[in-house]
Design a protein around this ligand. Structure first.
Ligand code: MSP
Length: 483
């Protein structure tokens, strides 16, 4: 049995999740469900990144202790994932004792390798991004990534010999570590400049894991956070580590590809560990044309959207509205349009129309397969292999539109006997197969359709035309028109 290990970034807990965080987690969920559908052994990891100056500051501002804030916010993440039907196998928190032990152990190992030394850091730091910035990187005195103010710092620190791994990293990226290619090119361009050693300890941050070589320092939050991917598998002795490492996909937003494709592989190289297969980057969402921000007041809460429109409609929208690697804009108006124009008038109506007619049948509905090619199975599978969920979902809906057209053309409500049975047989089988492919994207809708069709727990291996002999039940509409 093949294994598949997928991770999301672990999210900062300075604030509750918004649709950007939900997007990453939903994409990972689609992959995890797809690989389970293919009968693979899957480990899907998500969690929260709970240390560092940013969290400390947020807690202060909210009049809470960091511990109170991280407990509260990580719980909000869990609640949100439950609402969105996220099938993670493990939720890791960087304040978990076992994670802290792993970080200390890893640092000792890298130190023994000769890759950590003490020095002095002088430069700038962007607190919201938790990243070091050199003078030459500053844009108008501000952070080059987010445009916000930076702090000038000069302090004693421990360094990781990142520069030592530069050539190996370039090699790795040239071999296809980063997907899609445009993100790889960006990193390769950045690597044309000097790659400096990385400051991995902070004297001035107290909310962090104590640096094992010198307890007056804490571990730099990114060095701590990246190690979640190993500690979640109970590295080095855990059976999960032996079974699932290396990661098949580290899914990340485009802004943190650098950490995952440069720093993380160098850390693993230093510890003599196998390297992840792919860093898969996705684009960003704006809301109503603007970057989400508290001051604009356009931060969208995924729970509110799921409550109002259903988790599946929200999942569908996010995956269907734009290719995952592009940026896109979220608006409720666009979401409603997709619900009414696609989920309701295509999918829901098709299922309702066919099942209304098929309900009258008891037992086997006989027919000859004639629309097997409507759901282009091989191409959908190929798209999943290329990690192109957008095209896979488009193909499924193209198939659903074709089944609809077939029903319209054949007008089964005017037919009877064998002719009626034949059209119903074909429509039902095509719907059943489309549903298998819909499962990763819209798990509860797919489950509802399966129930209506009288089948359950279908796998990819069930995606072929066969006998149709279950009793169907039309039941309620899957989606209704939204005004
Ligand atoms: N804690 C780090 C990651 C450490 S991983 C070892 C971090 N956390 S974060 O809370 O800022 O979340 C980052 C992720 O959320 C991004 O990589 C991206 O996947 C997602 N998004 C945050 N805002 C987003 C949008 N507006 N649009 C799409 N995704 C975005 O970085």
């Amino acid at each position: 049995m093949e294994k598949f290990y997928i991770t999301t970034p672990i999210y900062y807990v300075n604030d509750k999740p918004h649709i950007g965080h939900a997007y990453t987690t939903i994409i990972a969920d689609v992959f995890a469900r797809w690989h389970r559908l293919n009968n693979e052994k899957v480990f899907f990891l998500t969690g929260t990144d709970e240390h560092g100056g940013k969290i400390e500051k947020a807690a202060n501002e909210k009049n809470k202790t960091p511990k109170e804030l991280v407990d509260e916010t990580s719980q909000k993440y869990k609640t949100t994932w439950e609402k969105l039907n996220i099938s993670y196998d493990k939720f890791i928190r960087t304040t978990d004792k076992s994670h802290e032990e792993t970080v200390k152990r890893f640092i000792k190992k890298v130190f023994e390798k000769g890759d950590i030394y003490k020095g002095e850091y002088e430069g700038f730091y962007c607190l919201p991004d938790e990243r070091y910035i050199t003078e030459s990187e500053l844009v108008g005195g501000k952070c080059p990534d987010c445009g916000r103010d930076v702090q000038k710092i000069k302090e004693e620190a421990y360094f990781f010999k990142l520069s030592k791994y530069k050539d190996q990293i370039i090699n790795l990226i040239n071999k296809g570590l980063i997907l899609p290619e445009k993100n790889a090119n960006e990193i390769l361009n950045r690597l044309k400049g000097e790659l400096k050693d990385l400051d991995i300890s902070r004297k001035s941050v107290s909310w962090g894991i104590k640096f094992p070589l010198d307890e007056s320092h804490s571990v730099y939050v990114w060095f701590d956070a990246l190690l979640n991917y190993l500690s979640a598998l109970n590295w080095p002795d855990g059976s999960e580590f032996k079974e699932f490492w290396p990661a098949d996909i580290h899914l990340v937003g485009k802004e943190i590809v650098w950490f995952h494709s440069v720093i993380w592989p160098a850390m693993l190289m230093s510890a003599d560990l196998p390297l992840p297969k792919n860093i898969l980057a996705h684009g960003w969402w704006t809301v109503d044309g603007k970057k989400m921000s508290k001051s604009i007041g356009n931060v969208v809460d995924p729970i509110e959207i799921a409550d109002k429109y259903s988790a599946d409609a929200f999942r569908y929208f996010l995956l269907r509205e734009k290719p995952t690697w592009e940026d896109g804009d979220f608006s409720e108006a666009a979401l409603k349009e997709r619900i009414n124009g696609e989920l309701m008038s295509n999918l829901s109506n098709l299922v309702a129309r066919v099942l209304t007619l098929a309900e009258k049948f008891e037992g086997k509905i006989e027919g000859k397969p004639e629309i097997e090619d409507f759901i282009r199975k091989e191409e959908i599978i190929e798209n999943f292999e290329k990690k192109d969920l957008y095209s896979a979902l488009n193909l499924i809906f193209e198939g659903i539109r074709k089944i609809n057209k077939y029903v319209n053309d054949k007008e089964p409500w005017k037919l009877e006997g064998k002719n009626l049975a034949n059209v119903l047989y074909n429509s039902l089988e095509a719907i059943r197969i489309a549903t298998i492919f819909l499962k990763p994207f819209m798990p509860s809708t797919a489950e509802k359709i399966e129930k209506k069709l009288g089948v359950n727990g279908q796998l990819l291996s069930d995606a072929f035309f066969r006998e149709f002999s279950t009793k169907v039940e039309r039941g309620e509409n899957l989606f209704n028109k939204i005004n």
